[in-house]
Design a protein around this ligand. Structure first.
Ligand SMILES: *[C@@H]1O[C@H](CO)[C@@H](O)[C@H](O)[C@H]1NC(C)=O
Ligand SMILES: *[C@@H]1O[C@H](CO)[C@@H](O)[C@H](O)[C@H]1NC(C)=O
Ligand SMILES: *[C@@H]1O[C@H](CO)[C@@H](O)[C@H](O)[C@H]1NC(C)=O
Ligand SMILES: *[C@@H]1O[C@H](CO)[C@@H](O)[C@H](O)[C@H]1NC(C)=O
Ligand SMILES: *[C@@H]1O[C@H](CO)[C@@H](O)[C@H](O)[C@H]1NC(C)=O
Ligand SMILES: *[C@@H]1O[C@H](CO)[C@@H](O)[C@H](O)[C@H]1NC(C)=O
Ligand SMILES: *[C@@H]1O[C@H](CO)[C@@H](O)[C@H](O)[C@H]1NC(C)=O
Ligand SMILES: *[C@@H]1O[C@H](CO)[C@@H](O)[C@H](O)[C@H]1NC(C)=O
Ligand SMILES: *[C@@H]1O[C@H](CO)[C@@H](O)[C@H](O)[C@H]1NC(C)=O
Ligand SMILES: [Cu+2]
Length: 627
């Protein structure tokens, strides 16, 4: 039990619909853990424990999480991923969007009602903090789920990538990494461990809730010689749909019904395979595919999975865009408001690799955006006051919003929308023979006059994968006043600025939100202003001088290639000839990244891909630093 306290107060005894308050006290502090058996490290624990407690509530409950930041040296917060936070946008968690960072020694109470069902998770949403272990499942039980009579027991299974270093010690946004190559994880976990056995009984149906709580890498999932039925994605019940292999990006969830076999003579590998297309370098000792077991018989053999394909790209998973929501919600009508943005990776003048939506790399404002809403009266509908680099969009209540997300990058990006689920109405390319095998052509943008027919009952979820060089189109109704981020859930890309801010019905936010005094106390303690526009100007809200800005573009004529060469010569000057030798000898790797120059006019039109060798300095540097 430790100090962990779960107080459940039944307000109405005996009633099936009794909503109760579920309270968790989270004393957040460092503990040590070694989940892959390869390296003991400090991780973010709660009440002295890691893995962290799974939050469990019933539909309709009020959830209260009293968080104390006992980390000593790190800011923190909690985002309850997938929670709509109706009228409680201030409980959503992302620092500088809906709250201030909770500094060491500060407390913050999250308090909201959960009027939704299914499989969710919670994670830290301040700087880099969740890959250090601050993430876990959040389950909303639903007495009325249509499949409740179809299973006997349930399991929650998380999967994730795992790093041995502290995220802030990994030099990512730096001159040493001009291409923005994502740090490659050291291992992959299932339920925060490896080689585990899930004990099952024969001839029994289980509900298995799968959640990728990782920071970066999508994983394929299958169980040898078993099929299952998908019944939920990201909190949305689907028509029961037979599948045998899933592709689960970070932040995505699936619930599946699995019926076990009648005989107990064998155990079956539960196989997870990391999507190696996402990884720039794969060291020989990185175990991409991992075996855990569906254990029918503890005394029988626990054999390693036998791979039937050579590479993860040959695995063909179930295509989630084809799933039909159980409620058969129809395609939303033509949009009242359109957002059209393109993902671009590029460099700015400091030589670092950034990520852009059109020409903006998200840069946090001086005042959390929600607090700008709360302190700007009638001016709140003017997008300008939220600053140029938060990429703000002001949405009108109940507008049908269509968001077109094009990808000029050669990597895939699982984008997540806070405060909503959305209909996925188009996505290109389709899943092919080779999964997302689309890297050789030019990027293809959505063409409103030439697209595939939109589904009658589109799949809905809160995190959907944008394929390399393709696009996706989503729709949702702006019926949830609040400030909501739309961002890539790869934590490295979020740090590179792959995010924008939706300010939904701001005047209603002002009417309906009550922000507890404690939230402003947290700001005071962290030294963060909480009134005024994005520049913390309370006098003239349209005056953004002094706002936080993104780094200036590369000088005219400079290409990504140029900055890479410049950086490379700096690094070589710094590290000397030994480094050159390592670099010179390293095998050139053809980068999948179609790294464009930085966006904006000042940049040369020479949008050539970075030469293959240019991705190497970081890897060579990593190799030398690891001895
Ligand atoms: C916490 O956030 C505040 C405000 O952004 C910042 O000044 C401070 O340095 C941060 N503290 C730590 C330990 O990162
Ligand atoms: C949570 O919010 C409700 C509604 O505003 C309030 O009645 C209750 O006192 C709050 N609980 C805590 C622990 O802050
Ligand atoms: C939750 O599930 C119930 C059925 O069990 C359904 O009526 C309701 O619409 C669901 N809520 C949401 C927000 O999806
Ligand atoms: C996975 O881990 C969580 C948290 O430790 C636990 O509640 C759950 O039962 C585990 N799942 C299985 C299948 O063991
Ligand atoms: C499996 O379970 C069903 C009922 O759940 C039962 O009718 C059937 O006989 C069982 N089969 C075996 C082989 O145990
Ligand atoms: C288990 O046996 C029952 C009959 O007893 C049959 O209907 C069912 O298909 C069998 N299950 C499997 C997974 O073979
Ligand atoms: C499984 O992992 C090994 C070593 O990590 C790798 O050589 C092999 O290609 C992988 N198989 C798949 C299907 O990814
Ligand atoms: C969206 O923006 C892209 C890139 O700027 C452009 O190619 C495309 O035509 C635009 N689409 C629409 C529907 O405006
Ligand atoms: C419409 O799109 C298809 C598929 O991308 C393409 O082959 C075709 O040339 C396009 N037609 C027009 C008229 O642009
Ligand atoms: Cu991304």
């Amino acid at each position: 039990m430790a100090n962990f306290l779960l107080a459940a107060v039944l307000l109405l005894f005996g009633s099936l619909t009794a909503a109760k308050t579920v309270t968790y006290d989270f004393n957040v502090g460092w503990v040590t853990a070694n989940p892959d058996g390869l390296a003991e490290r400090k991780v973010v624990g709660i009440n002295g424990q890691w893995p962290l407690p799974v939050i469990e509530v019933d539909k309709g409950d009020r959830l209260v999480v009293n968080m104390y930041n006992g980390l000593g040296d790190k800011n923190a917060s909690i985002h309850f991923h997938g929670m709509y936070q109706t009228d409680t946008s201030n409980m959503d968690g992302p620092s500088m969007v809906t709250q201030c960072p909770i500094g060491p020694g500060s407390s913050f109470t999250y308090n909201f009602t959960v009027n939704q069902n299914g499989t969710y998770w919670y994670h830290c949403h301040t700087d880099f903090c969740y890959p250090d272990g601050y993430r876990q499942a959040l389950i909303v039980h639903d007495r009325d789920a249509y499949f409740n009579d179809d299973y006997e027991e349930e399991f929650t299974v998380t999967i994730s990538d795992w790093y041995h270093d502290f995220v802030e010690d990994i030099r990512f946004l730096s001159l040493y990494n001009p291409t923005g190559a994502e740090p490659v994880p050291n291992s992959f976990l299932l339920n925060d461990t490896q080689h585990s056995s899930l004990r099952v009984k024969p001839n029994t149906t289980y509900l298995i809730r799968l959640i990728n709580i990782g920071a970066f890498v999508s994983q394929f999932f299958y169980i040898e010689d078993h099929t299952f039925k998908i019944v939920e994605i990201d909190g949305i019940y689907t028509e029961p749909t037979e599948a045998d292999t899933l592709y689960i990006s970070v932040a995505q969830r699936y619930s599946i019904l699995l019926t076990t076999k009648n005989s107990t003579d064998k155990n079956y590998p539960i196989v997870t395979v990391a999507d190696s297309d996402l990884l720039d370098v794969i060291s020989p000792d990185l175990q991409l595919n991992n075996t855990n077991w569906l254990e029918y018989n503890a005394d029988a053999a626990h054999a390693q999975a036998v791979m039937t394909v050579d590479a993860s790209s040959e695995i063909v998973p179930f295509d989630d865009i084809t799933l039909v929501p159980h409620d058969h919600m129809e395609l939303l009508p033509e949009p009242d408001f359109e957002i059209n943005v393109t993902v671009i990776m590029g460099n700015l003048r400091n030589g670092f690799g950034y990520a852009f939506l059109n020409d903006i790399t998200y840069t946090a404002p001086k005042v959390p955006t929600l607090y700008t809403v709360m302190s700007s009266s009638g001016m709140a509908t003017n997008a300008d006051i939220y600053g140029d680099y938060t990429h703000p969009m002001v949405l009108q209540k109940n507008d049908v919003v269509q968001l077109v997300l094009n990808n000029a990058d050669g990597g895939s990006h699982p984008f997540h929308l806070h405060g909503h689920n959305f209909q996925v109405i188009d996505r290109q390319p389709p899943y092919g023979e080779h999964f997302y095998d689309f890297v050789d052509g030019d990027p293809v943008a959505f063409d409103p006059n030439n697209h595939s027919a939109f589904p009658a009952f589109p799949a809905r979820r809160d995190t959907f994968v944008l394929p390399p060089q393709g696009y996706y189109v989503i729709r949702f109704v702006a019926d949830n006043p609040g400030v909501w981020m739309f961002h890539c859930h790869i934590d490295w890309h979020l740090a590179q600025g792959l995010a924008m801010t939706l300010i939904e019905a701001p005047l209603e936010i002002q009417q309906r939100h009550q922000i507890p005094q404690q939230h402003y106390d947290v700001c005071r303690a962290a030294g963060v202003p909480f009134v005024g526009n994005a520049a913390a100007d309370t006098f003239d809200l349209t005056d953004l001088s002094g706002q936080n800005t993104q780094v200036a573009p590369l000088p005219g004529g400079f290409t990504a290639r140029g900055i890479v060469a410049l950086v490379f010569s700096c690094i070589s000057a710094f590290l000397g000839m030994g480094f050159i030798t390592v670099y010179g000898l390293s095998e050139p790797k053809v980068s999948k990244r179609n790294l464009t120059s930085s966006p904006g006019d000042e940049v040369s039109s020479e949008n050539e891909a970075v030469p293959s060798a240019s991705v190497e300095p970081k890897h060579a540097a990593a190799a030398t630093s690891q001895g």
